[in-house]
Write a protein that binds this ligand. Structure first.
Ligand SMILES: [Zn+2]
Length: 141
């Protein structure tokens, strides 16, 4: 049986290929300070899996933009809450489809993003930002 190991900054994933073109992925990492081990099955080749997914986002383990899928893990909210990481507790769990690293993305409200954008735009007005950046649109009041 063919095997392959993927090691990125924060995860160790062992792939075991089956005869039908799919594979099992044994994922070992830490999540919210706790060890996380998952065994996943995919019915396609890793190269095909890596190219699918709900969206592109930054994988903290690959340290690149990758296709990632949201993941539901029963009991995760309790485990994260137990670490007293309030920011992470309100987040969404995602899995990178290249290295299979699981990571939490915080939920940020649209109004908070606008506040940050406006603050950055003000910094630009003060001459702090380079002229070649795309200006953040101002909110009409
Ligand atoms: Zn990754």
């Amino acid at each position: 049986m063919r095997e392959r190991t993927i090691r990125t900054a924060r995860v160790l994933t062992r792939l075991r290929f089956d005869a039908t073109g799919g594979f099992d992925a044994l994922v070992q990492q830490r999540l919210a300070g706790r060890p996380l081990t998952r065994e996943l099955h995919f019915d396609r080749a890793p190269e095909l899996v890596a190219g699918t997914g709900a969206g592109n986002m930054y994988c903290p383990s690959c340290r690149r933009i990758r296709c990632c899928d949201p993941v539901r893990l029963p009991g995760l909210a309790d485990a994260v809450a137990a670490t007293h990481d309030a920011g992470a507790a309100g987040g969404t769990l995602h899995m990178c489809l290249s290295c299979f690293y699981h990571f939490l993305t915080p939920e940020v409200s649209e109004s908070r993003l606008l506040e940050i954008g406006e603050a950055l735009a003000r910094l630009g007005d003060a001459g702090g930002a380079p002229r070649n950046v795309i200006r953040f649109p101002r909110r009409r009041r």
